[in-house]
Design a protein around this ligand. Structure first.
Ligand code: ZN
Length: 165
């Protein structure tokens, strides 16, 4: 009438391993994968308590990986920083001293080259409002950058800035 027996029938005092199912073996308590089981001596080797070394090894691996990830993130941060440093020279983009008729020089050079104002700005990847300010003779008031002037000079093969010798 044993409720737990599923008819291996053989009788005697033979116990069976709850892990591998071997019957008629001597069993002992072992904790396997977090479950308390009655297992044979072979299966007892899977006892969580005997795997302590492996577990601490895994722990070490995890810490190592975490450290590697942190190092990679650190590298990425450094790369970002250098990117910003190289792009942060707007303060140095000073408008040079311009020739007296730079507005007319630019306007006629652009028209000779066959460019609309917005086409030229797009071609050189500069602000249309900067080009307009130059053509209207108010580059200083508009705060046009020296790099814009240099780009226009090179592209149209003209000189807008005064020689500073
Ligand atoms: Zn077993």
């Amino acid at each position: 009438m044993a409720k737990y027996s599923t008819g291996s029938g053989g009788g005697g005092s033979g116990e069976s391993c709850e892990l591998c199912g071997a019957s008629g073996v001597e069993t002992k308590s072992a904790k396997v994968a977090g479950a308390q089981l009655e297992v044979c001596s072979d299966c007892a080797q899977h006892d969580d308590n005997t795997k302590g070394d492996q577990q601490s090894e895994r722990e070490t691996d995890r810490k190592k990986r975490a450290a590697q990830n942190a190092a990679r993130m650190h590298d990425a941060t450094k790369a970002d920083a250098s990117h910003w440093e190289s792009g942060a020279d707007y303060d140095d983009d000073q408008l040079p001293y311009l020739i007296s008729d730079y507005d007319e020089t630019l306007t006629s050079a652009r028209q000779d080259a066959g460019y609309q104002l917005e086409e030229l700005a797009e071609e050189l990847n500069i602000e249309e409002s900067d080009v307009l300010a130059l053509e209207q003779g108010r580059a200083t008031q508009a705060g046009v950058g020296g790099s814009v002037v240099a780009a226009l000079e090179e592209f149209l093969d003209i000189q807008l800035a005064k020689d500073q010798s």
